[in-house]
Design a protein around this ligand. Structure first.
Ligand SMILES: Cc1ncc(COP(=O)(O)O)c(C=O)c1O
Length: 415
């Protein structure tokens, strides 16, 4: 077999890449006119070029229509976007809303989907869940008068392992049984890049009568999701990572249609009230059926508008083609690292079904390697205590960029 680590092979793969024309739709950052290697789409996705005209259009609407713009353009602005999310997260009509930021939405969802009793009061999370999720969950335990020492169950990998085994997750859920109120995991873990078996986790959680939800920050627009069919109760994600909609872009929520007539606890606001009576100033809350009933305030149009530019690209590509191209691109990075830099430990699962774009690597002298990469115009990130995360995105990264990255790593090794 030809040596994969060569510009010839990388260039051939770039020519054959069915998504090669998509990169042109993004602004690619530069540093003082020198090109960079951008592998941080798992942190902030690149800007679609169409964002500028979309923002100008909204600015013109505001200038031209003033308050009339609400009814001419903005009241249903989110609806057009939501339709395009259905295939990305595997949802049905009525199950998605765009609003707030991710952690805020997790709070709003926990108000509804964590309803502890004396018997059923535990929450199950990953030990290394993203800190913001841990703060949120702890605050809900305290809000209800429960102590994390007895009510918070943290899933830990087996000793000498970095990732969780599905069977261990399921066994933990089963063993805590009817004491569990809510299971809430990341769909893809931000640190290891492991994609969890959300279908099996949901099934096991339902069997013990718990609510189950996912933080999809690293999963939405990255891996296959079938939230409706899996019977997930709730989920939330941000749109600024794989979904390329800009810093602080409004987050998405999913609430299964099983809960569309919800009359349990929730924090309410006028944007969750039925349109018919929203402007009649009635003090009684009359919620919209489904996920929209959880929205509180009117939509931040200027931060929501870029989502359209991103979804237009996803529509053109199709989530299944994205995933196919992503598995091949990330597989190329993995093969080069394994062949050329065997001392690097990739902690992300090997099976493509159990990960998305990101590979997390433990590299000897890791912090210095990260500094060296930054000095050489590579944008990737370091996560304490010991991981460099590289996330090739098939919408804008190339095989040649991966070749150049591995070449840089090899040069560091020779120093
Ligand atoms: C897994 C995960 N959860 C939550 C957050 C917090 O997001 P936000 O600042 O939008 O609330 C992040 C941010 O990167 C994240 O990666």
């Amino acid at each position: 077999m030809k040596n994969l680590f060569s510009t010839e092979v990388a260039s051939k793969l770039d020519i054959e890449n069915p998504l090669k024309s998509i990169r042109e739709k993004f602004n690619y950052p530069e540093d003082n006119n020198s090109s960079i290697l951008y592998f941080s789409g798992n942190s902030l996705g690149l800007q679609p070029k169409a964002v500028e005209s979309i923002l100008i259009e909204q600015s013109r609407i505001w200038g031209k229509y003033g308050a009339k713009g609400y009814f001419s353009h903005w009241v249903n602005f989110h609806k057009h976007l939501i339709e395009n999310f259905l295939p990305i997260v595997g949802a049905e009509d009525g199950e998605i809303m765009l609003m707030n930021a991710l952690t805020v939405n997790l709070h709003l969802l926990l108000i509804s989907f964590y309803q502890p009793t004396k018997i059923r009061h535990k929450i199950i999370i990953e030990e290394d869940a993203f800190p913001s999720d841990q703060y949120a969950i702890n605050s809900h335990l305290h809000l209800h008068g429960f102590n994390p020492t007895t009510s918070l169950i943290k899933l830990k990998p087996q000793s000498n392992e970095k990732c969780l085994k599905t069977i261990d997750i399921i066994n933990t859920i089963k063993s805590h049984g009817e004491s569990v109120a809510t299971v809430m995991l990341g769909g893809v873990n931000y640190y290891t890049g492991q994609k969890y078996d959300m279908k099996e986790i949901t099934k096991a959680s339902k069997e013990i009568g718990a609510y189950v939800g996912f933080d999809l920050a690293h999963a939405a627009g990255n891996v296959e999701l079938n939230l409706h069919n899996w019977n997930v109760d709730f989920a939330a994600w941000c749109n600024y990572k794989y979904l390329n909609s800009g810093p602080g872009a409004p987050s998405g929520i999913f609430i299964h249609n099983n809960h569309s007539d919800w009359n349990g606890p929730r924090l309410a606001g006028w944007w969750g009230n039925n349109m018919k009576s929203r402007f009649s100033m009635d003090p009684n809350f009359d919620p919209i059926k489904g996920a929209e009933g959880w929205s509180i305030s009117n939509s931040p149009i200027f931060s929501m508008a870029p989502i359209k530019a991103s979804l237009d690209i996803y529509n053109q590509v199709g989530i299944n083609n994205f995933i196919k191209a992503s598995q091949k691109l990330t597989g190329y990075l993995e093969s080069l690292i394994n062949a050329e830099m065997p001392k690097i430990e990739i902690i992300t699962p090997k099976r493509k079904e159990n990960r998305g774009c990101q590979l997390s690597m433990i590299i000897k002298d890791g912090r210095n390697v990260q500094n060296y990469l930054e000095l050489n115009n590579v944008v990737c990130d370091w996560r304490e205590p010991d991981v460099i995360r590289i996330a090739p995105n098939p919408l804008y990264n190339t095989y040649n960029e991966i070749y150049q990255l591995v070449k840089l790593l090899k040069n560091y090794d020779k120093k």
